[in-house]
Design a protein around this ligand. Structure first.
Ligand SMILES: [Zn+2]
Length: 339
C-alpha cells in the first residue's frame, strides 16, 4: 500500500509506470515544504524494491527496511552539519555527490534498485550539480535518483531537463482532517483546525497534531506577526534585524516564520475576496478582518508576492537583513482594532 496521502494522481501514474516496467531513472518532485515529497519518494523506494504481491506492500522485508531507514540500497542525501561550527551547511557538497556516484556504480546490495533521494535539490550548486549531471545523463541500470525541491525554478535547468517531473499541490483540508482523525487524534475539532492551518501540507499537519507545543510556538509567532503588521516602520526594522540574526543561527525556523507571514497575507486575500471560510489561521479571524478592512485586495496580493520573493532570496543565501528589511517596507500600513 502506498503511504502517500492526497496525491492520488502522482501515485496512480507511478504505479502504472511500475506495472508497465517503464520507470524513469531520474525524478524531480516539487512542492511546498512538508506537503508529502519525502513520503512519496520513500513510497517509490519501497515500490522499486518490494518483493510482495502488490508493491509497495509495506510489509515485506524490503519495504520494512526502507521504512525503518535500514535499507542499504536506499539513501537520503541532504545538508550535512559542518564539523567545525556544528551548523548545517547551506549546500550539498561535491564530495557527497561523488560518494553517491561510487555507490551507484555498484550493483544493489540486497534490493532490486538503488534509490538515492536528494532532499533539497536547490542546494546542489554548480560544481556538485555538474557532477551529478553525468550520472543523470547515463544512469547505471537499477538506479533511480529522486530529487526533491520546493520550487523547480531554483533547480539548475540542466538538471531539470534530465528528470521526470512530479509537482505536488497542497492537499484539500478535508482529506487532511479525515487522515488526522483516522490515525492521529480523537479530537475532530483539532483535526479540522490543524488541517486548515496546514495550508495543505500534510506532514506539517501530522506533526502539529502530535506535538501540542508546536501549536503553542506557532501561536506565539503569530502574535509577533500580528504585532509587526500593525506596528511602525521602526518597530518593523527592529523585527527584521532580530529575524536576520536568528537566520544566521538557524535558517529553517526563520523560513517557517516567514511561512506564517505568507499565510497571514494569503488569509487577508481570501477575506477580501469574500471567502472567510477558507482562512487558514482561524484563531486570528478578527485581526485578519481588520487587516483586510485597511488594505486593498491588490495590496494584499502584492504583499503575498513580496513574502514569497523574500523566502526565495533567503533560500538562495542573499543578504538576509536587507532582504527582510525590504520585505518590511513592502508590507502595507495596517490598523488592527482590538477584537
Ligand atoms: Zn513490500
Amino acid at each position: 500500500m502506498w503511504k502517500t496521502v492526497g496525491h492520488d494522481k502522482a501515485v496512480s501514474a507511478l504505479s502504472q509506470a511500475l506495472t508497465d516496467n517503464r520507470m524513469s531513472h531520474a525524478f524531480l518532485i516539487t512542492g511546498a515544504s512538508r506537503v508529502g515529497k519525502m513520503s512519496l519518494a520513500l513510497d517509490m523506494a519501497r515500490a522499486l524494491n518490494c518483493i510482495g504481491d502488490d508493491p509497495p506492500c509495506g510489509v515485506c522485508g524490503q519495504c520494512r527496511r526502507v521504512t525503518d531507514e535500514l535499507h542499504p540500497d536506499v539513501r537520503v542525501i541532504g545538508l550535512e552539519k559542518d564539523s567545525d561550527t556544528g551548523r548545517l551547511r547551506t549546500v550539498i557538497s561535491i564530495d557527497q555527490v561523488r560518494e553517491v556516484q561510487r555507490d551507484v556504480s555498484l550493483k544493489p546490495y540486497e534490493g532490486k534498485s538503488r534509490v538515492v533521494i536528494f532532499d533539497g535539490a536547490e542546494n546542489l550548486r554548480e560544481e556538485a550539480a555538474n557532477s551529478l549531471l553525468k550520472t543523470l545523463e547515463e544512469p547505471p541500470d537499477q538506479v533511480v535518483i529522486i530529487l526533491l525541491a520546493l520550487d523547480a525554478a531554483n533547480v539548475l535547468p540542466t538538471i531539470l531537463s534530465r528528470c521526470r517531473r512530479i509537482d505536488l499541490r497542497p492537499i484539500g483540508a478535508e482529506i487532511i482532517a479525515d487522515h488526522l482523525y483516522r490515525l492521529y487524534t480523537t479530537d475532530r475539532q483539532l483535526a479540522e483546525e490543524v488541517a486548515r492551518m496546514s495550508g495543505g501540507r500534510i506532514g506539517w499537519a501530522i506533526q502539529a497534531t502530535q506535538e501540542p507545543e508546536m501549536l503553542e510556538a506557532i501561536s506565539d509567532r503569530l502574535d509577533a506577526v500580528e504585532q509587526t503588521v500593525a506596528s511602525s516602520l521602526e518597530a518593523r526594522f527592529e523585527y527584521a534585524e532580530q529575524l536576520a540574526r536568528r537566520f544566521s543561527q538557524g535558517r529553517a525556523e526563520v523560513l517557517e516564520e516567514l511561512d506564517l507571514w505568507l499565510g497571514w497575507w494569503r488569509d487577508v486575500m481570501v477575506i477580501s475576496q469574500g471567502k472567510p471560510e477558507l482562512v487558514w489561521n482561524v484563531s486570528r479571524l478578527s485581526a485578519l478582518q481588520s487587516t483586510s478592512a485597511s488594505t486593498s485586495l491588490s495590496q494584499a496580493a502584492a504583499t503575498v508576492k513580496a513574502v514569497q520573493r523574500a523566502i526565495d532570496l533567503l533560500q538562495r543565501n542573499v543578504n538576509s537583513r536587507l532582504t527582510i528589511e525590504e520585505l518590511m517596507l513592502a508590507v502595507p500600513n495596517v490598523v488592527i482594532s482590538p477584537a
